[in-house]
Design a protein around this ligand. Structure first.
Ligand SMILES: *Cc1c(COP(=O)(O)O)cnc(C)c1O
Length: 367
């Protein structure tokens, strides 16, 4: 048996703060609230690379393997550690589901309270289950994510609450760690980095992380950043607030992104682009990735893969990978959350129940 202190030390040694303490806003006296997040695999994908062609090498950064099943844990370990250092009584957030799951888990670990404000009826079932299981106070509002964030900004004026949405800079600081890991795994930055965009904190964080490691000489280049929004929730693409954002990719159903300006700067400074993918393209990409590479992600996460397919299938020669020299670019796609979070997104073809006989079973298997 491990003592409680040993166990805490071991998990903290694996976490984002332990690995990247020097690049984060923490000191020796900051209590480390960790669940061993980060250090997720960067998976080389042979079939995905073949699908892209041009001799490109595609790798998938599988963020669903964080402790609560999404990349949100990278920022949450920093935000909750800082909240505890500042003796905050409670953390509060608006969420499309994954921020609330993560905030609830890290608050439970820290022994502080957590309140989550969610758009009623719009949260994937796995994520809602997490918020309750970790013991958060859940408040559903008759409104969308953008309404929930407005209320959280108001409540955050009160001294008892620390906001742990990505408007909290400690969240973005922690999320830079994903870019650090990519650079360390590849021993350089990739040529292209693709990711889904919702509130736009993550694309901003990756870009900040890449720039920081480039400045430090750990990478000799910077990636082109390509962000993908769902077609019905694409404020950055259209350049205007979307009042009623719609998409089945609930994690990116956001009409007024908090990190809009930073995301635009990342796209501009990296010579990148923002584009849209339809819900059908998202679901096709989700199934493709699970059945061809064994990586099961939630719908929003598959926006980066749908975007990759859109890039490589584009007739337009100016579209990113059409212009790529055939020696082969290194392409990283972040997949942001685990597929089990949103089980309803997968269609199950009910097969008939047969007699408990080898021959009957073999007939249904069909090969
Ligand atoms: C939060 C989230 C996103 C969107 O990230 P932003 O930083 O809000 O752009 C995408 N996918 C999943 C699974 C998420 O949880």
């Amino acid at each position: 048996m491990l003592s409680a202190t040993e166990n805490t030390t071991m998990v903290a040694q694996r976490g984002v703060i332990a690995r990247y303490r020097d690049y984060l806003p923490v000191s020796e006296t900051t209590p480390v609230i960790s669940l061993g997040e980060g250090s997720t695999p960067l998976i080389p994908c042979t079939r995905l690379s073949q699908r892209v062609g041009n001799g490109c090498r595609v790798l998938v950064k599988y963020e669903g393997l964080n402790p609560t099943g999404s990349f949100k844990d990278r920022g949450m370990t920093v935000a909750v550690s800082k909240a505890v250092e500042q003796r905050t009584a409670a953390v509060i957030c608006a969420s499309t589901g994954n921020t609330s799951a993560s905030a609830a888990a890290y608050a439970a670990r820290a022994g502080i309270r957590c309140a989550v404000i969610l758009p009623a009826g719009k949260i994937a079932s796995g994520k809602l289950v997490q918020a309750y299981a970790y013991g958060a106070r859940v408040v559903a509002i008759d409104g969308n994510f953008d309404d929930a964030l407005r209320i959280v900004r108001q409540l955050g004026e009160r001294p008892e609450f620390a906001i742990v949405n990505s408007i909290n800079p400690d969240r973005i600081a922690g999320q830079k760690s994903a870019a650090f890991e990519v650079v360390e795994d590849l021993r350089n930055a990739p040529d292209y980095h693709l990711l889904p965009v919702g509130n736009a904190g993550n694309i901003s964080a990756y870009w900040a992380g890449y720039c920081e490691f480039h400045t430090l000489g750990k990478a000799t280049k910077l990636p082109v950043m390509l962000g993908f929004q769902a077609a019905g929730s694409a404020p950055i693409f259209h350049g205007r607030v979307i009042d009623q954002p719609e998409t089945l990719a609930s994690a990116i159903r956001i009409g007024n992104p908090a990190s809009w300006t930073a995301a635009n700067a990342a796209i501009r400074d990296s010579s990148g682009a923002i584009d849209v993918v339809s819900d059908d393209e998202i679901l096709d990409a989700q199934r493709w990735l699970a059945s061809h590479e064994g990586i099961f992600v939630e719908p929003a996460s598959a926006a980066s893969i749908a975007g990759l397919f859109k890039c490589c299938d584009a007739a337009d020669a100016a579209y990113p990978f059409r212009a790529t020299p055939s020696e082969g670019a290194t392409i990283v796609c972040t997949v942001t959350g685990h597929g089990l979070k949103d089980p309803e997104a997968i269609r199950i073809d009910a097969s008939p129940t047969v007699a408990a006989m080898e021959t009957d079973v073999l007939r249904v298997i069909g090969f």
